[in-house]
Design a protein around this ligand. Sequence first.
Ligand SMILES: NC(=O)C1=CN([C@@H]2O[C@H](COP(=O)(O)OP(=O)(O)OC[C@H]3O[C@@H](n4cnc5c(N)ncnc54)[C@H](O)[C@@H]3O)[C@@H](O)[C@H]2O)C=CC1
Ligand SMILES: O=C(O)C(=O)COP(=O)(O)O
Length: 545
Amino acid sequence: MQQTVANTATATAAKTRPVVLISDKLSDAAVQIFKDRGVDVIFEPDLGKDKEALLERIATVDGLAIRSATKVTDKVLEAAKNLKVIGRAGIGVDNVDIPAASRAGVIVMNTPFGNSITTAEHAIAMMFAVARQIPAADASTQAGKWEKNRFMGTELTGKTLGIIGCGNIGSIVAARGIGLKMRVIAYDPFLTAERAAEIGVEKVELDELFARADVLTLHTPLTEKTRNVVSRERIFAMKKGAIVINCARGGLVDEAALREALDQGHLAGAGVDVFSEEPAKENVLFGAPNLVCTPHLGAATSEAQENVALQVAEQMSDYLLRGAVSNALNMPSITAEEAPILTPFVTLAERLGSFAGQLTETGIKGVRIEYEGDVAELNLKALTAAAVTGLMRPLLQDVNMVSAPTIARDRGILVEEVRREQQGAYENYIRLTVISERQERSVAGTVFSDGKPRIIQVKGINLDADFAPHMIYVTNQDKPGFIGSIGMALGKAGVNIANFTLGRKEAGGEAICIIEVDGEPSADVLKTIETLPLVNQAKALNFTG
Ligand SMILES: NC(=O)C1=CN([C@@H]2O[C@H](COP(=O)(O)OP(=O)(O)OC[C@H]3O[C@@H](n4cnc5c(N)ncnc54)[C@H](O)[C@@H]3O)[C@@H](O)[C@H]2O)C=CC1
Ligand SMILES: O=C(O)C(=O)COP(=O)(O)O
């Protein structure tokens, strides 16, 4: 697909000047860059809010530059007959249906660092605004009330700042918190003990973070794993008088429960920049005591807006005019000449990484990728980047092949690459081993002559399976009755088995079973499998998008 996409873009450039539609409020700096580079621009800053008009305007353009107001749905992508690239001038891409974009052959790029300092500063500003009730005190003072006794605040020095999501923004917030003499604790499954020590935060589990934080601040992307992470139960498990700050995404918090906690005085206040529905003209939170709200202003400084606008215009122009790809979330960064040879191995490496990433729950210390046979002669940088991207993507929504190696390095994740001549029966063989705090887990694959990647080994156990959209990974004991019991359990739950693969260490020993199913298995189905007598573990694996 990479080559097709790249060629299409270059071909367009050869014929006519490509056209980019800007459907959100981007800095004028972007328009200038596009024009200077040879890209025509349609600048309609309010278009993102008008779904019907967007469907119409998107039909013929080559590129779409957006912020968070434009929702790029399946429907929008369907209407976009000529679209090659979507550029997000900012970080979060939860407003873009990336699997749908991939399916449509449209690259999605973002600007992963341009607004992170600004957003971290907003979180800190919100923390002070809430701790000292500044907006309410301001309104009261300007109303001539002089209510000196009404606005008793909270001192932040010595208090515990709990950070959920210690990536780019979270670690800047941590540094600022430490500067304010706060004790900083963080929950982030990708934060290693070494990285935590380096940035001066104490790594804790989620429940402990909720129990200890005086101020809780959120800095994770919105994914299916993070949605509602600040749940009712967790809000009420917080200390009385604690503060919640959300400058990440609205869907991370149970807004109704937060409202109740504020009304009851369980929480002393909250600072909310982002809402489950935006624009938030109405919200259950509005009117709650000591609630400070801003209309998604986290990235709203002229510095940050200039950064992201310039960057997105440069990246999009580079792609549309030269086929060069950077900061793409759904496409490896490789040249058009390399693409046809590398593509099947990039897919294999990314899927092996994703396989391991979906099974890893504790901090990752390192990853070793061994290449044997023909594949060892290729551009291993791209392949390793693809493997690391796959590994981190289950948790880091925004990771891509360009940023993955840097992110891994920043987080102290050691990436080891081993190149070998062919050793066994396979002409090409890639084995990926994840070294986590608790264990080592390896998965290996190959690309057959049909160009399709296959799983051929897990934890040293030979088997043979496709990377299917929905799979169940089971570890079990190799004893009679296992296949029957699992088949019965799935049948009873109405789950259709498309394929079933087994492998074992030795007769009667440790075994692995990979089941391809039609549709995503529910948590209940996985629980049922896990309670079967011979089963040790059952996990869902997903290879869509
Ligand atoms: N309010 C605003 O205007 C802005 C909001 N944002 C939001 O902030 C988010 C974070 O941005 P960055 O720090 O640049 O992203 P990042 O990718 O550098 O960091 C996100 C961190 O969250 C962690 N994480 C992932 N799943 C997790 C989970 N289940 N529990 C705990 N941690 C988890 C990741 O390991 C990672 O370290 C963005 O995705 C975006 O949604 C970003 C910019 C502006
Ligand atoms: O970059 C992000 O993730 C943001 O949330 C910023 O959103 P915005 O560009 O201000 O609509």
